[in-house]
Design a protein around this ligand. Structure first.
Ligand SMILES: [Zn+2]
Ligand SMILES: [Zn+2]
Length: 191
C-alpha cells in the first residue's frame, strides 16, 4: 500500500477527530474551545496560535464533511468531497523539519486557523488514500450500536470494529471464540 508514515499519522488524527462527534459516540466530545485545545495538544497539531468560538464551529463543520467521505458511494463522490474540502482550505505545500522531525510536507498555510489547517492536512491524507485505490479501508464500525469510524490498515483489510473499549473487546471475544471453534474442530478431526 502506497501510504506514507505521515499520511498514517494524519489518518490517525482524522479518526480521532471524527469520533469526537455526537453521531459517533452519543455526545459532543469537543463542546468548547478548552476541549478543542486539549485535542490540539494530544494530537500534537503544530502552529496553532489561538482558538476561538469560530475555530470550534469550523472544526465541527469540517468533521461532518470529512465523515461524508467515509460513506461516499463511489470513488467519484469521495474525490469530489475531498477536493471541495482541500480547495476551501487554501493549501500551500511546503517542506519543513520543525521540532527535530525529518523533512515532511505541511499542506496548511503557515499559522492557518485550525479549521483550514485540519482541512488541508486531513483532506490530503484522504486524497492519498483515494489515489492509492484504498478507499474501502475507510470504514464504519460494524458493531450494531456503534457509529465510530476507523481506517483499516491491516494487511488483509479484515478489520470490522473500531478501537473503542467495547468494540475492541468484542473483536477479541470473536477471535477467541473462532480459535476455540477451530481447536474443537481439530480435536474432533483428530479424535
Ligand atoms: Zn509537521
Ligand atoms: Zn465501534
Amino acid at each position: 500500500m502506497l501510504i506514507t508514515h505521515d499520511t498514517e499519522c494524519a489518518l490517525s488524527i482524522l479518526v480521532e477527530l471524527l469520533n469526537t462527534a455526537p453521531e459517533a459516540c452519543g455526545s459532543e466530545q469537543l463542546p468548547d474551545t478548552a476541549a478543542l485545545g486539549a485535542f490540539v495538544v494530544k494530537q500534537e497539531i503544530s502552529e496553532i496560535d489561538s482558538l476561538t468560538g469560530a475555530d470550534l464551529a469550523s472544526v465541527q463543520l469540517l468533521r461532518g464533511r470529512l465523515r461524508e467521505v467515509f460513506s461516499a458511494r463511489s470513488t467519484e463522490e469521495a474525490a469530489e468531497l475531498v477536493n471541495a474540502v482541500v480547495a476551501a482550505a487554501g493549501t500551500t505545500p511546503r517542506l519543513t523539519n520543525h521540532d527535530h522531525h525529518d523533512w515532511h510536507i505541511h499542506y496548511f498555510a503557515p499559522h492557518a486557523a485550525i479549521g483550514d489547517h485540519l482541512a488541508a492536512e486531513l483532506g490530503m491524507a484522504l486524497a492519498f488514500i483515494v489515489m492509492a485505490g484504498e478507499r474501502e479501508r475507510l470504514r464504519r464500525c460494524e458493531a450494531p450500536d456503534c457509529e465510530r469510524v476507523f481506517v483499516d490498515l491491516s494487511r488483509n483489510r479484515s478489520r470490522r470494529y473500531c478501537d473503542s473499549r467495547t468494540c475492541g473487546n468484542r473483536l477479541h471475544v470473536a477471535a477467541y471464540r473462532a480459535r476455540q471453534r477451530s481447536a474443537e474442530a481439530e480435536a474432533v478431526a483428530a479424535g
